[in-house]
Design a protein around this ligand. Structure first.
Ligand code: MGD
Ligand code: MGD
Ligand code: SF4
Ligand code: MO
Length: 642
């Protein structure tokens, strides 16, 4: 008889799919979507399906490893944990010398274990973001909190304006909703530098110069205000309106359009949508790409301002889609109760931060991240890592980061560990089940951290205590029955949480005065540095999550894409080897073409490993966005050369 177990994908992906793992009589295992899940409805992507192959991959690390004389040797857990504990003990009196680096390689309630331990130690941590803090901070500036309409409200939209989400790559369920909305007659406009997979999803495309959405949004706002088309109700609820109007009045439409390489018909198209007197609801979707720039926060704030001033916020079928906190209905805050880090180094410039840290870092523990590969300025990170006395990496693969460790602790992966997690897009809480025992000697992170705490004679909570507090009672609306809720979660794999479908109904915002905040600056775009005319866009890879790419898929030169009519191709010998170059260095690449890409943009798909010559992050400088201390990867300029 086939056995079915409900679980969930815990990859760092907004969709947070519920899964079913089937094991038949012959022991054959398969994974599919859980059809009962109210949001993900039985559909999962190739990355989620690959969990089974990753679990049994021949490249997987399944025993603890200690580096001796430059090579890794398998050791027992006792030997590995004793050594790590000894090194931590030796630094207990100087906690700042210990750095914990953690990202979202695994998510959930129990995944907070390493944060708990390092908070307890009062060690150094990181701050800033490789992902979405610029946008999140912009939303909080504007609205006072991160909120958005329920995703299903997209089906009530009359028009969807997509500011830089790649529907074909980064979220299959958002793509499904957009497709269904379109079937119901909703128009779709996409604004992007082109070269993405949005054509098949869109009725109208606007090609924009990378990093300049704030100017296009400001141009539409200017035209809207000049023509008296802004919503009086919205204007009434805005703080900073007079200064904002003065700022907009000081701009010319021509100047704004030139800054973003757009034309008057692009502006008119958007004006007709956002300020349609017929009153169709317009939903705006923002990808994370638009905020990976030096002015990433402002890009988001001007799009927000446009949607808000045109009266599209707080209504059914309208609103702005970006993010909700994925921990909204669960309690991941338990780790914070242990204490707090003594200082925080900036993750998007971690290489330089490590080199400059005073007091210096002597011990580093990284879990759930391949930051040497994924953060900008990888070579500097690598050099800085080599200077650190003792490095521990908790991972299941020999990544660019793991390779530099003195000790590797092998972690359990998806479907080998129990987890409760939320989504930053839908409002359902999922349960990820320990369907399989961890491969080989691997252990889940929570146990690894508990083992370290034990050796350090530090307290560590037990699983039952965390479970007892795992769900946010207000969100599940079930105050008397927390235990039943956990039982339900384990049984069905998910629990619905209560949340209003419409964000900001009545235009009451989360700021103290209840008002919306308009931006008061509009950052000018600096010209490209001499000799580096191309915007380097290191975009998501459809088939893999970040650097979680099987090594056998990383052969040959990495592809880069450019518009075949780009003027920068003149003078390039296409028959000779071609290099992608920035002021930081160069790497050999294979040239590919995309007709619709902005002529001064170059696309490389991110995630490839440095050791396989596939990673562009050593060519990307550690630039920081205007808000939220986020890596401004896409503000890197580049060129192609022989
Ligand atoms: N397949 C896959 N899916 C993923 C991930 C993955 O690694 N692989 N990662 C997950 C994570 S953590 C994240 S953060 C998300 C990221 O997913 P997305 O939000 O889709 O983010 P990006 O790939 O950074 O950028 C997406 C698009 O932004 C557009 N873009 C770039 N610059 C600009 C600009 O200046 N203006 C406009 N209008 N558009 C621009 C580009 O056309 C690009 O296709 O995806 C999640 N989903
Ligand atoms: N050039 C460029 N680089 C980027 C971006 C970009 O736009 N351009 N955007 C980035 C974005 S959006 C993000 S979110 C970050 C992602 O940066 P990272 O979070 O560093 O991403 P991953 O490469 O997925 O690395 C996660 C690691 O966690 C491991 N892992 C999986 N499960 C577990 C577990 O249970 N326990 C432990 N301990 N480890 C586990 C995986 O094997 C993997 O090696 O980087 C980004 N890097
Ligand atoms: S990666 Fe995202 S879309 Fe794919 S299965 Fe996991 S949660 Fe679902
Ligand atoms: Mo991300």
């Amino acid at each position: 008889m086939t056995m079915k177990q409900i679980s969930s994908c815990t990859l760092d992906c907004q969709d947070t799919c519920s899964t079913i793992i089937k094991t038949d009589d012959d022991g054959r295992v398969s994974i599919s979507g859980n059809p009962d899940h109210p949001f993900t409805r039985g559909v999962i992507c190739a990355k989620g399906k690959r969990a089974l192959q990753r679990r049994t991959s021949p490249h997987r690390i399944t025993t603890p490893l200690i580096k001796r004389a430059g090579s890794f040797e398998p050791v027992s857990w006792d030997a590995a944990l004793d050594l790590v504990a000894k090194k931590i003990k030796a630094l207990r009196h100087e906690p700042a010398a210990m750095l914990h680096v953690r990202n979202y390689g695994y998510r959930g309630v129990f995944a907070e274990g390493s944060n708990y331990l390092f908070n307890l130690l009062g060690a150094s941590a990181t701050r800033g973001s490789l992902c979405d803090e610029a946008g999140c901070t912009a939303f909080i500036e504007d609205f006072g909190a991160l909120e958005m309409n329920a995703p299903e409200e997209l089906l009530n939209a009359g028009h969807i304006v997509n500011w830089g989400k790649d529907f074909s790559r980064s979220s299959i369920h958002l793509a499904g909703l957009v497709k269904n909305a379109r079937k119901k007659g909703c128009g779709i406009t996409t604004i992007s530098p082109g070269g993405d997979g949005n054509r098949a999803y869109s009725d109208h495309l606007i090609r924009i110069r990378p990093g300049t959405d704030r100017f296009l949004a400001a141009a539409v706002i200017k035209a809207m205000l000049e023509q008296g088309l802004a919503s009086p109700r919205a204007m009434d609820r805005a703080s900073g309106l007079a200064d904002f109007m003065a700022l907009i009045n000081g701009q010319t439409l021509d100047g704004l359009l030139t800054a973003c390489d757009c034309k008057r018909p692009d502006l008119d198209h958007l004006l007709n949508i956002y300020a349609d007197p017929g009153g169709i609801p317009v939903a705006s979707i923002m990808g994370w790409g638009i905020q990976r720039y030096l002015f990433g926060g402002e890009n988001v704030r001007y799009i927000n301002a446009l949607a808000f001033l045109s009266g599209q916020v707080g209504i059914r079928g309208g609103g702005i889609y970006f993010n909700i906190p994925s921990s909204r209905s669960i309690n991941t805050g338990w780790a914070g109760k242990a204490g707090s880090p003594c200082r925080a180094l900036l993750l998007p410039r971690i290489g330089l931060e490590l080199l400059e840290a005073d007091p210096g870092i002597k011990l580093l523990l990284a879990d759930g991240t391949n930051f040497v590969n994924q953060a900008p300025d990888s070579k500097t990170i690598q050099q800085a890592m080599e200077k650190i006395d003792f490095k521990v990496v908790v991972d299941a693969f020999m990544t660019d980061t793991a390779r530099l460790a003195d000790v590797i602790l092998p972690c359990a992966l998806d479907h080998e560990r129990e987890e409760i997690l939320g989504s930053c897009f839908h409002t359902v809480v999922n349960y990820s089940a320990p369907v399989f025992p961890p491969a080989g000697d691997a252990r889940c992170d929570f146990e690894i951290m508990a083992g370290l705490a034990d050796r350090l004679a530090l307290p560590f909570p037990n699983r039952e205590d965390i479970l007892a507090d795992a769900l946010d009672i207000n969100a599940i609306g079930n105050a008397q029955n927390h235990e039943n809720s956990i039982a339900e979660l384990r049984e069905t794999g998910f629990i619905k949480t209560a949340h209003p479908d419409i964000a900001w109904e009545g235009l009451r915002f989360a700021h103290g005065d209840g008002n919306y905040r308009l931006p008061d600056t509009l950052g000018e775009e600096a010209p490209p540095p001499d000799g580096f005319p191309l915007h380097l866009l290191s975009l998501v890879n459809r088939d893999f999550l970040h650097s979680q790419i099987p090594e056998e898929k990383q052969q040959g030169l990495p592809n880069v894409w450019i518009n075949p009519d780009s003027p920068v191709l003149a003078g390039l010998d296409r028959t000779a080897p071609i290099f992608l170059a920035t002021p930081l260095g160069r790497m050999p690449v294979k040239l590919c073409f995309l007709d619709d890409l902005h002529p001064f943009s170059l696309i490389i798909r991110r995630g490839g490993w440095m050791m396989h010559g596939q990673c562009a992050n050593h060519l990307i400088g550690p630039k920081i966005s205007d808000m939220g201390e986020t890596a401004a990867y896409y503000s890197q300029y580049a060129r192609l050369e022989n």
